[in-house]
Design a protein around this ligand. Structure first.
Ligand code: PMP
Length: 468
C-alpha cells in the first residue's frame, strides 16, 4: 500500500467508526464525510490529502478563516503568559480587553448605556439568557418571534424558533420576498407583515398578551439566508419602542462584519435593546454574550450563572478578531465582495431555471433551488423547493473540493459563509466550482439526485486546485 492509499484507508476507518459510534442526530458529519486534519484560511485538508475550500466556516464562526495568525498569536500569548485558563467569570486583563474591544464596535447608543452578561459558550445559551433577561425586566412571559427563525437548540431558543409550537410564543411573518405569505413580496409584502404585527399587538381580541420581548435575526441564516428589508427592521424597532417591548437582535450569525456592516443592525440604523452574540465573537473558540441597555439590568445576582463563562482563550481570540475586522475594514470588504458574488450568481440564475432566487447580504449568501418545471405563485416567486437537488449540489461541490452548507425551510438553499479574508482569486474559484456543481446536478435525473443519503462517500473528482 502506498502512502496515499494508507491515508485514504485511515480516513475510511475514522468515518466508519464515526457512523457506528455517534448519535443518529449528528448533522454536518453526515452530509460532509471528510476528516479534516489541517486548515489555514479558507482551506481544509482531509486525512486523505484532499483539499477543500471551506465556505461553511464553522457555521459562520470563523470570520478570519482557519488558524489566522492574529488569532493564533493571541491564543499563544495567553498560554505563554501563565494566565489561568479557567477562572469562572472573575475579572482578568484578558476579559477586560475583550469587553473594551466589544464595546468599541457596538452601536454608540448601546455601548454608552450597555451591560454585558457572559453566558455558557453557545449561541443558544445567550438566547436563553436574553429571554430570561427581558422576562425578568418586564414581568411578562410571552414572546414575539418570526416564522423561519433559528435561535438554537436549547428549549427556550427552540420555542422562539420557526418550527416550535409553544403557546407563549407568537410567531409572526418574516418578510420572505421569494415566498411572501401575502403573495406580493418586496417592500409592500414586508409592510403587510409589519401591519399584521401591529394589529396583533393592538387588537384586544387578537389573543396576544403584551409580550416580554421580540426576537429577530436581521438576516435569517438557517432559515434560508433571508435579509429583512431595512425599512421593515425600522418598523419593528418603532412598533416595539412605542409599546415598551424590548427588541432582541440575534446577531449570533450576522455579527462581526459578516453582512457588510460590523453588526447587521447598522444597515437599518436601528438600536436594539438587547443583542445576542456568539460564533465569530470568540474568534473560532466558544464564547457567547448578551449585551443590553442598562435599564433592563434588573435581574438578581446569580440569575444566569454557569461554569464555562470565562474562557480566556476565546476572549483573547475574540478580541483579536474583533480588532482585526475593525482595523482592516473587513465589513466593507465583505459588502463589496458579497455584491460581486450575488451579481455573478444572479447571472447564472438567468440561465438555470432551477435557481429560484439568489440572495444575501455581505458574505452571507444563499441560492434557493426549486423545481424548474413547476409554476410559481402570483408574485412571480415561490416555485416548489428542491431539497434533493440542493443535496446533490452539495455533493457535487464536495467532489470539486468546495464545502457548502444547506439551509432554508426545506433544506433547499445552498449557503455560503466564507471567511471575510477570502481573496478575489479564491472567490472566483468558489463561484466556478459552485456554478459547475449546480449545472451538473441540474442535468442529472432526479433519481441520481436522490442518491447519496446518510454518510455518503465523497465522490472523487479531479484533484482540486486549491488556493490558500
Ligand atoms: N442564533 C442564530 C441566528 C444562529 O444562527 C445560531 C446557530 N446557527 C444560534 C442562534 C445558535 O447558536 P449555537 O449553535 O452556538 O447554539
Amino acid at each position: 500500500m502506498d502512502t496515499a492509499e494508507a491515508a485514504e484507508f485511515a480516513q475510511d476507518g475514522i468515518l466508519r467508526r464515526q457512523s457506528l459510534r455517534e448519535s443518529a442526530a449528528r448533522t454536518y458529519a453526515r452530509s460532509l464525510p471528510i476528516v479534516p486534519v489541517r486548515a489555514r484560511g479558507l482551506t481544509i485538508e482531509g486525512a486523505d490529502g484532499q483539499r477543500y475550500l471551506d465556505c461553511l466556516s464553522g457555521a459562520g464562526s470563523l470570520a478570519l478563516g482557519h488558524n489566522h495568525p492574529v488569532v493564533l498569536e493571541a491564543i499563544r500569548a495567553v498560554l505563554d503568559s501563565g494566565a489561568p485558563l479557567q477562572v469562572l467569570d472573575l475579572a482578568t486583563p484578558v476579559k477586560d480587553a475583550f469587553v473594551s474591544e466589544l464595546f468599541r464596535t457596538l452601536p454608540r447608543e448601546l455601548a454608552d448605556r450597555g451591560r454585558v452578561q457572559f453566558c455558557g459558550p453557545a449561541g443558544a445559551d445567550a438566547v436563553e439568557a436574553a429571554l430570561k433577561l427581558v422576562r425578568t425586566a418586564t414581568g411578562r412571559r410571552g414572546l414575539l418571534s418570526f416564522s423561519g427563525a433559528y435561535h438554537g437548540m436549547t428549549e427556550g431558543a427552540l420555542e422562539a424558533s420557526g418550527g416550535a409550537q409553544d403557546v407563549r410564543v407568537v410567531r409572526l411573518p418574516y418578510p420572505y420576498n421569494y415566498r411572501c405569505p401575502f403573495g406580493i413580496g418586496g417592500e409592500r409584502g414586508a409592510e403587510l407583515s409589519a401591519r399584521w404585527t401591529a394589529s396583533l399587538l393592538d387588537d384586544p381580541k387578537s389573543g396576544v398578551q403584551p409580550p416580554a420581548g421580540m426576537i429577530l435575526e436581521p438576516v435569517q441564516g438557517e432559515g434560508g439566508v433571508i435579509p429583512a428589508p431595512d425599512s421593515w427592521l425600522r418598523r419593528m424597532r418603532e412598533l416595539t419602542a412605542v409599546r415598551g417591548i424590548p427588541l432582541i437582535a440575534d446577531e449570533v450569525q450576522t455579527g462581526v462584519g459578516r453582512t457588510g456592516a460590523f453588526w447587521a443592525v447598522e444597515h437599518s440604523g436601528i438600536v436594539p435593546d438587547v443583542m445576542v452574540l456568539s460564533k465569530a465573537v470568540g474568534g473560532s473558540l466558544p464564547l457567547a454574550v448578551v449585551v443590553y441597555r442598562d435599564e433592563l439590568d434588573t435581574w438578581q445576582p446569580g440569575a444566569h450563572a454557569g461554569t464555562f463563562r470565562g474562557n480566556q482563550l476565546a476572549m483573547a481570540a475574540g478580541a483579536a478578531t474583533l480588532a482585526y475586522v475593525r482595523e482592516n475594514g473587513l465589513a466593507e470588504r465583505a459588502a463589496a465582495l458579497g455584491n460581486r458574488m450575488l451579481a455573478q450568481l444572479r447571472q447564472l440564475a438567468e440561465q438555470q431555471p432551477c435557481i429560484g432566487e439568489v440572495r444575501g447580504r455581505g458574505l452571507m449568501i444563499g441560492v434557493e433551488l426549486v423545481d424548474a418545471e413547476a409554476d410559481g405563485d402570483a408574485s412571480g416567486g415561490g416555485r416548489p423547493a428542491a431539497p434533493e437537488l440542493a443535496a446533490a449540489v452539495q455533493r457535487q461541490c464536495l467532489s470539486r473540493g468546495l464545502i457548502v452548507e444547506l439551509g432554508g425551510r426545506h433544506g433547499s438553499v445552498v449557503r455560503l459563509l466564507p471567511p471575510l479574508t477570502i481573496t478575489d482569486e479564491q472567490t472566483e474559484v468558489v463561484l466556478d466550482r459552485l456554478s459547475d456543481a449546480i449545472v451538473t446536478a441540474a442535468r442529472a435525473p432526479v433519481r441520481e439526485q436522490a442518491r447519496g443519503g446518510a454518510d455518503a462517500r465523497v465522490p472523487r473528482g479531479p484533484s482540486p486546485n486549491v488556493h490558500r
